[in-house]
Design a binder for this molecule. Structure first.
Ligand SMILES: [Cu+2]
Length: 154
């Protein structure tokens, strides 16, 4: 009887995810937040991505007409944003989506995003697949950042 239990235990261990190569491709999302915004306008969402190696290639949300990956750049003293095709996640260092840099752009908000609201983002990774993240909404412009207000000019 004991042998059978041990055998079963071994089989369960072997079948557990995380014990094989798949573990290397896991991505962990921490500290997500979005900024408040008016319906029809745009708002940014931020978070940290850890793990990989992997690549975030797209984001979907029912809160916005469309969702883009953006990078804030400074050219000749003028802050602007441009879409990027993907965001690389490398083991060892967290990839920060933060004010003034990479961010997720929620374009054409379907309803107003108010402080305290929760929205769901579906992140699409090349290897990890789809990861759903519940993102709390912070006040507009929080935290104080160089690109505060820049999104309203989208
Ligand atoms: Cu943007």
């Amino acid at each position: 009887m004991q042998k059978i239990i041990l055998l079963l235990f071994g089989l369960i261990l072997a079948a557990l995810p995380g014990t094989g190569w798949a573990q290397n491709f896991a991505v962990r999302v921490t500290d997500p937040f979005a900024r408040a915004g008016a319906a029809g306008r745009a708002a940014a969402a931020y978070m940290n991505l850890q793990g990989g190696p992997d690549r975030l290639t797209g984001v979907a949300s029912d809160a916005a007409g469309r969702v883009e990956l953006h990078e804030t750049t400074m050219e000749n003293g003028i802050m602007s944003m441009r879409p990027v095709a993907g965001v690389t996640v490398s083991p060892g260092a967290a990839t920060r989506l933060a004010p003034g840099g990479l961010h997720i752009m929620l374009v054409d908000l379907k309803r107003p995003l108010k402080e305290g609201d929760m929205i769901t983002l579906e992140l699409r990774f090349e290897r990890a697949g789809k990861i759903s993240v519940v993102v709390p909404v912070a006040r507009a412009g929080a935290p104080t950042a160089p690109d505060a207000g820049g999104h309203s000019r989208h």
